[in-house]
Design a protein around this ligand. Structure first.
Ligand code: HEM
Length: 462
């Protein structure tokens, strides 16, 4: 094995290090090993050797798109069962990625995203209304309510489809199918191939869930064809867009792949960000006060408008600092294009798999100094942020790398800015359990575990 000289935990024959990995939060195992073995270590899993890096210096090296690419394996490979070569799960050599990317990029431009503001506002208001009605003594299951918000927002803004999660106690069948599908995709990725034949019931439900996802998306597509509108949303771009390079349009199958892809890729991550942001603010009263003061000063008690979004630098810094300490995608996979040398001394073969441990590289003391693990939004104010990114490239990577970075970033950003602003404007928040300490729940993304808060109206709802 060419990677032998890289340090790492000793493994057992056949299974390697697989049995040492915490099933619920693999992240905690990676972090423990990073403490023990340092900025680069290797682990042996049944599917091969993986090299894990956790410093800004090495993450920066692995972000080089000439030497490394995004592999599609593990849970991503399983997600392909529903969305095939859609944007998120397409392999490097699949032409469908380039076609969809070029057709859809303009739909994420500034004018297009600003055009979605009113619909984002509408869904956020539904959430605020719910919390106001439930009153100051109700314990809010934060991650659940934010997940309803982000799914409803995406479906409404992107394809004019209403899940109406706040009007029903039962979630829409699509939402249950999506949750079941994502959990099972993660589980299947950890199951050796032969064993999977013993999971007949799980397999049946898995394929049924996929059927619900695809049927719902087909329904959205059919309905738009039957009732054309002047809306300039994502679905319109998918239906009408022509790839400038190949002259091709998206096929119906590809539209369905990508509609589901956006719903999958665009909800848990933003919901996790909002949940972590409130958790951090409540835990850091000085930052909380500054954030609320900024909202009061810039927006006051009147309606929030799209122009406000550029005038709230402290809220933006809170979101950046939250994604630094709690990246909702905490690990990013890479693979070597050719035989190469890492960190100036470790030879690795072509095809070598890597994991970039953002949860660690984001708190690298060489970049962030002694306060690396503290919540300090000030370091993420626009000028400081720009300086950091210039001096230490790739020191903050929550939205991924290069060509395969997040296409939905401007969407997520506007949504998160708006929701933070609206909630801080209208409520005071406190932990349900004052002794709560942040814990992680890890599925495909991470969120705070068992995080409940209470919301007291500051004045009438705006
Ligand atoms: C890709 C993070 C919100 C759609 C990615 C990747 C990351 C990421 C790290 C790269 C994954 C990889 O290398 O495998 C986030 C975070 C978000 C967020 C932290 C919120 C705070 C969204 C939203 C949408 C979206 C709202 C949809 C509107 C996508 C898509 C891709 C992607 C389609 C695949 C892009 C490609 O490979 O071409 N995201 N995302 N994301 N994201 Fe996001």
């Amino acid at each position: 094995d060419k990677t032998e000289q890289i340090p790492g935990p000793p493994g057992y024959p056949l299974v390697g290090n697989a049995l040492s990995i915490d099933r619920e939060t693999p992240l905690s195992t990676w972090e423990g090993w990073a403490d023990q073995y340092g900025e680069i270590f290797r682990v042996t899993l049944p599917q091969g050797t993986v090299v894990i890096v956790s410093s800004q210096r090495l993450v920066h090296e692995l972000c080089d798109e000439k030497r490394f690419h995004k592999p599609v394996r593990g849970a991503l490979q399983e997600i392909r069962n529903a969305v095939h070569d859609g944007l998120f799960t397409a392999r490097e050599d699949e032409p469908s990625w380039g076609i969809a990317h070029r057709i859809l990029m303009p739909a994420f431009g500034p004018a297009s995203i600003q055009g979605m503001f009113d619909e984002m506002h509408e869904v956020a208001s539904q959430l605020a209304l719910k919390w106001a009605r439930h009153g100051a003594d109700a314990d809010i299951m934060v991650t659940d309510d934010f997940t309803r918000l982000t799914l409803d927002t995406l479906a409404l803004c992107a394809m004019d489809f209403r899940f109406n999660s706040y009007y029903h106690d039962d979630l829409h069948p699509f939402i249950n199918a999506m949750a079941g599908f994502l959990t099972e995709s993660g589980a299947r990725a950890l199951r050796p191939g032969l064993v999977s034949v013993f999971f007949r019931e799980a397999n049946r439900k898995y394929w049924d869930d996929i059927e619900v996802l695809r049927r719902t998306a087909q329904g959205v597509l059919d309905s738009r064809r039957k009732h054309p509108t002047g809306r300039r949303d994502l679905l319109a771009a998918m239906l009408e867009g022509i790839d400038p390079k190949t002259g091709q349009k998206l096929s119906d199958a590809s539209i369905i792949d990508n509609l589901i892809t956006f719903l999958i890729a665009g909800h848990e991550t933003t919901s996790g960000l909002l949940s972590f942001a409130f958790c951090q603010l409540i835990k850091h009263p000085a930052a909380y006060r500054k954030a609320q003061e900024e909202v009061d000063r810039v927006v006051g008690s009147g309606p929030i408008r799209v122009e406000h979004m550029k005038k709230l630098p402290y809220i933006a810094a809170v979101l950046r600092e939250t994604l630094r300490l709690c990246p909702t995608i905490p690990v990013i996979a890479r693979r070597a294009n050719e035989d190469t040398v890492i960190g100036g001394k470790y030879a690795v073969p072509k095809g070598q798999s890597f994991l970039l441990l953002l949860a660690r590289s984001h708190v690298d003391p060489a970049v962030y100094g002694e306060s690396a693990r503290g919540f300090v939004p000030e370091r993420m104010l626009d000028d400081n942020f720009e300086r950091l990114m210039k001096e230490y490239p790739d020191c903050w990577k929550p939205f991924g790398i290069g060509m395969r970075a997040c296409i939905g970033r401007p969407f997520a950003w506007q949504e998160a800015m708006l929701v933070m602003t609206m909630l801080l404007q209208n409520f005071d928040f406190a932990l349900s359990d004052p002794s709560y300490e942040l814990r992680y729940k890890q599925t495909l993304t991470t969120k705070p575990k068992d995080f409940y808060m209470r919301a007291t109206l500051r004045h009438g709802l705006t």
